[in-house]
Unconditional design. Sequence first.
Length: 151
Amino acid sequence: MNSTLDVLITRVEGRTATQEEQLHQLVSQTGGRPLGVANLAEAVSALRNCNQPIVLLSEHFDRSSALEMIRLLRQCNRRVRIILLADTDNVSFLRQARSAGIFYHALEPRSEEDLAELKLALHSAVEQCHEQQQTEQREHRLWRHLTTALG
């Protein structure tokens, strides 16, 4: 992996300090830089300063609807990849979340299995971001060569 990506971790009531630390370690292990955000204002500020952020969004973040949060976060940065941490099997809710633009749905990690699944999702999101960065770099070089050749 070429560069470190920012991964916003939404803080929620009920998550223990140990669980919070596990999330930070998991993000670091997958090549991301963990950034804890406690509310929507912090999340928006962080998103504006990130090129290709990843967000671990809890369904109970900042006492707002997860679906509203997904839409707001996507409006702030269309390149954001949102991994929704939600302990639900409500098909209608999950369908709406996918439609709103989540990258992946995972359970709030409470077991080793949950952590392993989240690690795979994070790894996939990080790889996708790096692939997109490489594509954009190639396109930029191509346009630079074309400008030089034609200009």
